[in-house]
Design a protein around this ligand. Structure first.
Ligand SMILES: [Fe+2]
Length: 397
């Protein structure tokens, strides 16, 4: 009997997101007809396959979802995973989160602590047990080396905060998927997102959205020689990488860091265990579609091991400027308005994305536009990128 004969048809409908003619993205879909408070195992499996296939799925109509049910769904996507958010518990995150925890408070929802409250401004009298809570934090782009003048920001100009994968890159493996539930966000006025990197690129969008690009598209934009390197090479990430770059500044388009030499030395990072340092292939393979993604988290990369075949001795690059120049030349090809998707999340939507295939960035907006309330949850994967590449990473790197 073929697998399709024993797998029931999903009970919900998946439709690709409609896009403008100028948009070149090949990902994103909408799922309708699901109740995530009560979802069958077959539908969890079908939804998981849909996320890998479409890379982003927006599940509509989940206004009444119980926070614990969001967490349960996340655990059902990866039942062999340790039952913990990919960034660990709130205490660990606040201790070692470095750049990630410095400018924001991280709060778990009472009773569902692995579901994290993310947003801006006043969260209401009683938000699932959080009373009169106000999210105060720095502007999300304020770590950029070249600052956006405050008057411009207040007039509705913004930037991509930081293009990233949701990935601890030390000890735990990144989640296959991130789930983000939109409870509230402003929808107007429009903001203008500027690259401010000399490219002249900008785009207009509603406030409170997340931007995405696909690294399978990045891979497709590479030459055959570049693909041969990407297919056979790997990256070593810094121990406690966000601590390592805690003093660094980002580039104005949100992709990569300025070269300022402000990374901590290994001694300054403090205690770490080499076995927890992450060494991942440059290319991560989609387990459902077989597509390849050029998935390198540039800001945390401390060494590149480059080679064009399995037999070749790798060339080790540990100079930050060289690492960044190599990655930038590849990754900036896709950082153009036509390759970006900013799914319009409405209240009650939950967006779920394939964290192993995409990069995403927050975009800040002036607080006067209104509060933003999101619930984010993901789980450190049971099988990480080191086992989802095209070759096993050599042990002694
Ligand atoms: Fe993120």
């Amino acid at each position: 009997m073929s697998p399709s004969a024993i797998t029931p048809e999903p009970s919900f409908k998946v439709t690709p997101i409609a896009k403008s003619i100028k948009n070149k993205t090949d990902f994103g879909a909408i799922a309708e007809g699901l109740d995530l408070n009560d979802i069958s195992d077959a539908d969890v499996r079908a939804l998981s396959d849909a996320i890998w296939t479409h890379k982003i799925v927006i599940v509509k109509g989940q206004n009444d979802l119980a926070p614990i049910k969001q967490w349960e769904l996340v655990t059902r996507f990866d039942p062999n995973a340790t039952q913990l958010h990919s960034h660990g518990d709130v205490k660990t995150f606040n201790k070692n989160g470095g750049l990630l925890s410095a400018s924001r408070e991280v709060l778990g929802i009472p009773g569902a602590e692995n579901v994290r409250l993310i947003g801006k401004g006043y969260q209401g009298e009683d938000h699932y047990g959080l009373k009169d809570y106000m999210i105060k934090k720095g502007l999300s782009h304020d770590w950029h080396g070249k600052k956006l003048p405050m008057e411009e920001f207040q007039s509705g100009i913004s930037r991509f905060q930081r293009w990233h994968i949701d990935a601890p890159l030390y000890d735990r493996d990144p989640a296959w998927f991130t789930t983000l539930r939109c409870i509230r966000r402003p929808t107007q006025p429009e903001i203008t997102v500027r690259w401010d990197d000399g490219s002249g690129y900008s785009l207009k969008c509603e406030p409170g959205l997340t931007a995405f690009f696909s690294n399978t598209q990045t891979y497709e934009l590479m030459t055959d020689d570049e693909k041969a390197i990407a297919d056979h090479s790997w990256v070593e990430y810094a121990p406690h990488p966000y601590k390592w770059i805690g003093n660094c500044s980002g580039r104005t388009n949100g992709l990569g860091l300025e070269n300022e030499g402000k990374e901590l030395s290994l001694e300054e990072i403090g205690e770490f265990e080499d076995r927890k340092v992450k060494r991942y292939p440059m290319v991560w393979v989609n387990p459902v579609t077989g597509e390849r993604a050029f998935q390198v988290h540039g800001i945390c990369a401390r060494k590149l091991f480059l080679r064009s075949s399995l037999e070749e001795e790798p060339r080790v690059i540990d100079n930050m400027e060289e690492i960044r120049a190599f990655l930038r030349s590849i990754q900036e090809r896709v950082l153009k308005p036509e390759y970006l998707l900013l799914p319009k999340m409405e209240e009650g939507d939950i967006i779920m994305w394939a964290n192993y295939m995409l990069m995403h960035s927050a975009i800040d907006y002036p607080i006067e536009y209104g509060p933003r309330t999101m619930h984010q949850a993901n789980i450190g994967a049971s099988v990480g990128p080191a086992d989802m590449g095209l070759f096993p990473i050599p042990v002694s790197s």
